[in-house]
Design a protein. Structure first.
Length: 755
C-alpha cells in the first residue's frame, strides 16, 4: 500500500500541469442561476451553426472543444429558465471563457423533475434518474420533505414500509447503494429509526440516482449510487429561509462574499410537545428523542480557473424508549463529514479535481432488560485522498481518469452485563483507480468503456471491474441503450427492516472475501413530443458471496471474526416503465416496475435431513412483484398548486407459522415450552399495499419582507389500513393473530418563509 503514495503524488501533480496542445478553439465556463448564483447541473449548451453540444457537469461547468475559428451563436437552455443566446467569436488555438447566467421564468413551475422530468432533448444515460429539491418539497410527505421517500417513487426503487426510508434498488438492500454527499460516502443516511433521510432539502442542490450499470468512476457497492450535492450558497445576495412544521423545523442562510459564497443550514426535530401529550395515553413513547442536522459549504474562487470548496455535515439521533415495565432502549447514532476540494480548469479541454475527505459513522445502542444491560459500539472512520481528471481530445470524445487512496477503520464491540463478550477492530488500506472513455462513433453510436481497479489490504484482495455501455440513436426522438458491469463490495450492513436502531456495519477481512455481482441492462428512451418522455428498461443482476452474520451463531464470544458469517448468493431481474409529462400546468410521472429478487443461504428452506446445508431460493422481505406510482402536480395560478401521489405494491413476503407443539413440565426447565412449526422462509404474502396522498400549497409574501408558503398535506386520504406485519398471541389456544397497521389518515401543515 505504501508504494501507492508516490503514484498518487505524481497523478496530482500531472493533473495540475498546464496542457498547451490545442487543435482548435474552445469555449468553456459555468452555468448559473442569475438570481441566486447557484450552479445548474445538466444544462443544455449548443452552438446553432454546428452540431457541437455539451451539458454542464455536477459543478455547473461546461466545455465546447475543437471549434473552427469564426463567429457562432451559443444557446443554453434549462427547464424553468429563459433561453440564453449570445454571439461569440473564437480564434484558433484559444480558449474563450463564457460564464452563462440563466434568468428564471416569471411563471412559477410545478415539480421540475424526477429526471425523469428534465430539459427536453437532454441525453440521459441508461439507469440514471435525477431529482430537484423543488420536486421533493412539493410532494405530500410525512413529517418532512425527504430525499429518500421521493426517490422511492421512481421505477425500480422500493420501500419496505411507511416507517422506513431505506432504499431497495433493483433487488438490492440499503447497503448495496453507495450514498455520497459532495462525493464523500455516508454510512447511516437516515434519522428516526430509518423513518426519513438525513438530507435537509434546504441545503440540497441536486440529487442523481444511478439505479444500475453505473460508470467506472464509482465503486464499492454492488447495486447503485446516489449522489447528493450541497448548495454552493447564493453568490448574488444574502438569503434566508425558515420552515416550521408540527414535528420538525428548518432554518438556512446563504450569502456571497468578495471572492465566493457560503451556505449554512440547520434542522431539528420538534417532537417534544407531541410526545408529552402522547405519553398520557400511549405506551412506549420515548422519554427522550431529538435529532439534528447541520450542513455547511464555503466556496472560494482563488482565480477564474481555481475554486476551493469546503463541505461539512454533522447529524445525530438521541433516543430513550421504555420497553415494557423493566426494559429500556437507548440510542445514540449519527454521521460527521468534512471534505476539502480544489477544482482547477487547466484549459478548455482539460480540468481536474483534488479532494481530501473524512467520514465518521457511530452507533452506540444500549438495551437493559430486568437490570441486565447490553451495549454495542459500532463505528467507522474513513479517510480518503482523491483526484479526478477529464480531458476532451475532440468534440465527440471524453477521457476520464482518477485515483483514490484511503484508510478505513471499523470497530465492533459488544458488552453483556458489563462484560466485553466480543471485540474486533479492523484497519484496512484501500486503493482504487479508474479509466473511462466516452466516444461518439458513426454519428448515431456512442460507446462508453471503463475499468476500475480495487485493492483492500485486509485479506489482500485485488479486484478488477470492467464496465461498458452502448447507445444507438436511429432517430432524434428515440435512443436505444445497453450496459454491462462487474461490481465488488467490501462492506455489509446488518439491519432490521422494521427497526434500524441496532444497525451494524461489517467489512471484509481474512476469510471474509468481498461480495460481487454482474449487471446487464437494456432500454429505450422515446421523446414523441417536446415535454413528453417514455422510458423502458430491462435489467438482470447477480449477487455472489453475500456475507452476513450467521443466525445459528447465537453467541459471538469465543469465535473468530470469520466464523461469525454465513455466505450466500442471489439474483434480481425486472422491467421498468415510466411516462412523464414535463410541460404545461399539469406535470407528472407514471411509473411501473415488475421485479423479482431472490436469496439463498445454507440451511434455509431445506427439508433434507441428510444434507442440512442444501438450500432453496427465497424472496427477501423487500421483494415486491408489482410496484406502481402516479405523481401529479397542477399549477392553478402563481399562488396555488396541488400535488397528488398514488402508490400500489404487491404485498411483502413473510414467514407464516403453521403449527405449535406445547410441552408441560419439561424436566430440565420445570416449565411450559412451545415449539413452533413454520412454512418456508417468506413463503406467504401480506395483503397488497396502496395509498393516496394530497398536498395543497399557497404562495404569498410575509408583509412584503419575503416569500411565504403554506402547505397543507393529507397522508393516506382514504385511510387504507395497510398491514405492516402480523403479531401472534401464542398464550391463547388456538393462537390469535393481530394485524399491525401502517399509517392512518394523517394531516400535516407547514409554513415556510424565505427572506
Amino acid at each position: 500500500m505504501k508504494k501507492s503514495v508516490p503514484l498518487i503524488v505524481i497523478l496530482i501533480l500531472l493533473s495540475h500541469s498546464r496542457i498547451t496542445a490545442q487543435r482548435g478553439a474552445s469555449v468553456e465556463g459555468y452555468v448559473t442561476d442569475s438570481q441566486s448564483g447557484k450552479t445548474l447541473i445538466t444544462a443544455n449548451i449548443a452552438i446553432s451553426e454546428t452540431t457541437a453540444g455539451a451539458f454542464s457537469d455536477t459543478t455547473g461547468y461546461y466545455s465546447l472543444a475543437d471549434l473552427e475559428p469564426g463567429t457562432y451563436t451559443i444557446i443554453c437552455s434549462y427547464i424553468g429558465y429563459r433561453r440564453f443566446e449570445q454571439e461569440i467569436t473564437v480564434d484558433g488555438g484559444e480558449s474563450t471563457r463564457l460564464n452563462i447566467e440563466l434568468i428564471p421564468e416569471n411563471v412559477q413551475l410545478g415539480n421540475v423533475t424526477v429526471e425523469s422530468v428534465r430539459e427536453p432533448g437532454k441525453r440521459r444515460n441508461i439507469g440514471i434518474s435525477q431529482l430537484s429539491s423543488d420536486f421533493i418539497r412539493e410532494l405530500p410527505v410525512v413529517i418532512e420533505p425527504d430525499v429518500f421517500r421521493s426517490i422511492q417513487l421512481l421505477p425500480g426503487v422500493k420501500s419496505t414500509s411507511d416507517f422506513s426510508s431505506g432504499l431497495y434498488v433493483r433487488g438490492g438492500g440499503p447497503d448495496q447503494t453507495l450514498v455520497l454527499l459532495d462525493d464523500t460516502p455516508l454510512y447511516n443516511p437516515t434519522h428516526f429509526f430509518g423513518f426519513f433521510s438525513i438530507f435537509n432539502t434546504d441545503a440540497v442542490r441536486d440529487i442523481q440516482l444511478y439505479k444500475g450499470g453505473y460508470p467506472a468512476r464509482f465503486g464499492g457497492r454492488l447495486g447503485s449510487v446516489l449522489t447528493v450535492y450541497n448548495k454552493n450558497g447564493n453568490s448574488d445576495r444574502t438569503q434566508g429561509k425558515i420552515s416550521m412544521g408540527l414535528l420538525a423545523s428548518r432554518a438556512s442562510v446563504e450569502s456571497p462574499f468578495k471572492r465566493g459564497s457560503w451556505m449554512l443550514a440547520f434542522r431539528r426535530s420538534t417532537l417534544e410537545p407531541v410526545m408529552s401529550v402522547l405519553r398520557e395515553s400511549v405506551d412506549m413513547v420515548p422519554d427522550l428523542f431529538y435529532f439534528y442536522d447541520v450542513n455547511g459549504k464555503i466556496n472560494v474562487d482563488l482565480s477564474p480557473d481555481d475554486r476551493l470548496s469546503v463541505t461539512i455535515y454533522s447529524g445525530t439521533d438521541v433516543v430513550s424508549v421504555p420497553f415494557r415495565e423493566t426494559a429500556a432502549i437507548r440510542l445514540n447514532y449519527g454521521n460527521r463529514l468534512l471534505r476539502i476540494n480544489w477544482r482547477k480548469i487547466v484549459s478548455g479541454r482539460f480540468y481536474s479535481s483534488v479532494s481530501i475527505s473524512g467520514s465518521n459513522y457511530f452507533n452506540q445502542p444500549e438495551l437493559e432488560i430486568a437490570g441486565t444491560p447490553f451495549k454495542r459500539d459500532n463505528s467507522i472512520y474513513d479517510f480518503t485522498v482523491k483526484t479526478d481528471m477529464e480531458y476532451l481530445p475532440a468534440e465527440n470524445h471524453t477521457l476520464s481518469a482518477g485515483i483514490l487512496s484511503g484508510v478505513l477503520n471499523l470497530k465492533y464491540q459488544d458488552w453483556f452485563n458489563h462484560q466485553n463478550v466480543f471485540s474486533k477492530e479492523i484497519q484496512s488500506y484501500y486503493l482504487s483507480a479508474y479509466v473511462q472513455d466516452n466516444l461518439e462513433i458513426f454519428n448515431h453510436w456512442t460507446l462508453n468503456t471503463g475499468v476500475r481497479f480495487n485493492t483492500f489490504s485486509k485479506g489482500n484482495y485485488t479486484r478488477l471491474e470492467p464496465r461498458v455501455s452502448l447507445e444507438y440513436e436511429p432517430f432524434s426522438w428515440i435512443r436505444l441503450q445497453g450496459a454491462y458491469g462487474r461490481y465488488y463490495q467490501f462492506m455489509a450492513l446488518i439491519t432490521n427492516e422494521a427497526f434500524s436502531g441496532f444497525d451494524l456495519w461489517l467489512t471484509s477481512d481474512e476469510g471474509v472475501p468481498p461480495s460481487y455481482g454482474d449487471q446487464f441492462m437494456a432500454g429505450s428512451k422515446i421523446n414523441p413530443f417536446d415535454g413528453y418522455e417514455l422510458d423502458f428498461e430491462l435489467y438482470y443482476r447477480t449477487m455472489r458471496n453475500l456475507f452476513e452474520l450467521d443466525p445459528f451463531v447465537t453467541n459471538p464470544a469465543g469465535h473468530e471474526y470469520r466464523e461469525m458469517f454465513r455466505f450466500g448468493r442471489g439474483y434480481a431481474y425486472g422491467a421498468e416503465l415510466s411516462f412523464e409529462k414535463q410541460t404545461g400546468p399539469l406535470t407528472g410521472l407514471i411509473g411501473y416496475t415488475f421485479g423479482i429478487t431472490r436469496r439463498k443461504f445454507p440451511g434455509f428452506n431445506t427439508n433434507l435431513p441428510d444434507n442440512p446445508n442444501r438450500a432453496r431460493f427465497y424472496p427477501p422481505r423487500h421483494d415486491r412483484t408489482h410496484d406502481g406510482n402516479v405523481v401529479l402536480n397542477y399549477q392553478f395560478s402563481t399562488k396555488w398548486s396541488a400535488s397528488a401521489v398514488f402508490s400500489y405494491a404487491t404485498g411483502q413476503a413473510y414467514t407464516k407459522p403453521i403449527g405449535r407443539t406445547r410441552f408441560w413440565n419439561v424436566p430440565w426447565e420445570k416449565s411450559t415450552r412451545n415449539t413452533f412449526v413454520v412454512e418456508n422462509i417468506n413463503g406467504s404474502r401480506l395483503p397488497s399495499y396502496h395509498r393516496l396522498d394530497l398536498s395543497f400549497s399557497r404562495f404569498g409574501t410575509f408583509f412584503g419582507l419575503g416569500e411565504a408558503e403554506w402547505q397543507l398535506q393529507i397522508i393516506n386520504v382514504y385511510s387504507r389500513r395497510n398491514t405492516w406485519f402480523y403479531s401472534y398471541n401464542f398464550a391463547a389456544n388456538p393462537a390469535e393473530r393481530d394485524d399491525i397497521h401502517l399509517l392512518p389518515l394523517l394531516p400535516s401543515i407547514t409554513y415556510t418563509l424565505t427572506l
